[in-house]
Design a protein around this ligand. Structure first.
Ligand SMILES: Cc1ncc(COP(=O)(O)O)c(C=O)c1O
Length: 258
């Protein structure tokens, strides 16, 4: 399967027309062997073509890809919360291990306090699947950085979206300034372009793990041009940390090739 090769690519970004070295300096500030970016280039084009997003990174699990996307959305919006659908599952992401059993009350999904001393609602708002009114009620507060959704709910039986639901969700995210993440970790099996390609969804972030690398522990997350350009500015300003990452990657590369 073509995506097997993704597991060997460290960090990737789909930047048609850019030299491989520029791709690298965008993604990790340099320091990674050039041929990694060159090897990644054809796969970037496939990802961009199938899922409609320009920039891509790899992670080791879909949970982590969701986590990184949430982090980026919070950094860019300055907003603390995410919005999820009740009974959805997005991996071991603290913000999404929540549900609501009584209207308006956000609870931890497990009876283990994995966020000591924190109000479960501090990071999370919960809407009802197929209910755009509940989405708008949550977004109206203006504190949601990112809405995370599967194309169809898959972890509570399979609940398909009603006609117009995804169009409405996209429009509400745009209206209220929240990013939209589509998590295709399960629904990728819909076809080579997942539900995103097949149904014409328009996410700002897109995540898949598991099947994307045929069982190799690997995930990808992509994001649109606006996110990529704003993120590049933030990362460029983060010098001391970028240098530490760069040194780490160089050592790892040397260790692997000695
Ligand atoms: C929709 C969805 N997203 C994310 C995940 C997390 O995947 P991973 O185990 O790769 O972190 C799962 C796990 O089943 C999932 O169903």
């Amino acid at each position: 399967m073509i995506f097997n090769k993704l597991a060997t690519c460290c960090v990737i970004a789909a930047l048609p027309g850019m030299a491989a070295a520029d791709v690298l300096s965008f993604t990790v500030g340099g320091g990674v062997p050039r041929n990694w970016a060159q090897q990644a280039a054809p796969y970037l084009e496939i990802l961009a073509d199938r899922f409609g997003l320009k920039y891509w990174y790899t992670a080791l699990s879909a949970s982590d890809a969701n986590r990184f996307s949430i982090k980026i959305a919070r950094m860019l919006t300055g907003r603390p919360r995410i919005l999820m659908f009740n009974l959805a599952y997005h991996g071991t992401v603290d913000e999404t291990l929540k549900w609501t059993l009584e209207p308006g009350v956000v609870q931890r999904r497990f009876h283990v306090d994995y966020e000591p001393d924190q109000d479960p609602a501090a990071t999370t708002r919960i809407a009802t699947w197929n209910d755009l009114e509940s989405v708008e009620d949550a977004l109206r507060h203006g504190d949601v950085a990112l809405v995370i959704s599967e194309p169809a709910l898959t972890n509570t039986g399979i609940v398909m979206p009603e006609p117009g639901f995804h169009e409405g969700l996209r429009a509400l995210c745009t209206r209220y300034g929240a990013y939209l993440l589509i998590d295709e970790t399960h629904t990728l099996s819909e076809g080579p372009r997942g539900c995103t390609g097949e149904w014409g969804l328009e996410p700002d972030f897109w995540v898949a793990g598991k099947a994307i690398a045929s069982g190799v522990p690997c995930a990808v997350y992509g994001f649109n041009e606006e996110v990529g350009e704003r993120l590049a500015v933030l990362l460029a300003a983060d010098d001391p940390h970028a240098i530490r990452i760069q040194h780490g990657r160089q050592s790892l590369y040397r260790a692997l090739h000695q």
